[in-house]
Design a protein. Structure first.
Length: 77
């Protein structure tokens, strides 16, 4: 069998929130928006963005389309 399908559970809350901010209709568009913002990030935010980007890049187009990146409300965390 193939590789297991990645789920939203593979992303941390922080990564999910970051992806929700930069999300585009396509995986490539989302990755491009995060990459464009990276020079303006530092410390923990940069590490979160880099980790989220690696996970996004590992997704197939179908997996990306199937995932819903909804930011968590402060009360949910």
């Amino acid at each position: 069998m193939g590789e297991p399908i990645m789920s939203i559970m593979d992303f941390t809350v922080e990564e999910t929130n970051l992806v929700a901010i930069y999300k585009e209709n396509t995986q490539a568009g989302t990755l491009a928006r995060i990459a464009a913002a990276l020079p303006f990030m530092d410390g923990d935010m940069r590490m979160i963005a880099e980790s989220a980007s690696r996970k996004l890049a590992a997704l197939s187009v179908a997996e990306f389309a199937a995932l819903s990146f909804t930011p968590a409300d402060e009360g949910e965390v």
